[in-house]
Design a protein around this ligand. Sequence first.
Ligand code: NFA
Length: 101
Amino acid sequence: MPETVSPPRVEDALKPARPPLHKVILLNDDYTPRNFVVRVLKAEFRMDEGSALRVMMTAHGRGSCVVAVFTREIAEEKATRATEMAVKEGYPLRFTTEPEE
Ligand code: NFA
């Protein structure tokens, strides 16, 4: 059978590679009030009430929950800002980031 050889695709040379994505992860704790967690999720991640409640309750039940994925810089910035909202109020609520597999 004759081999099929494709010519180089012009797009491959011109298109920038997709940047790797990083997860922002909400960590459960025993002290931060549920309604404060929901407020932070809505403020920093522009979530509606229902999504914020779902993410909060998932972290509450399982220990952590992925909130969203962004490029590394944005993920770190959002995790820092969300954590700072909690620090300001004296709550132990924390957000971390990790690269997406
Ligand atoms: N576990 C906290 C409580 O019962 C609520 C919470 C949920 C905190 C998710 C942090 C993350 N008040």
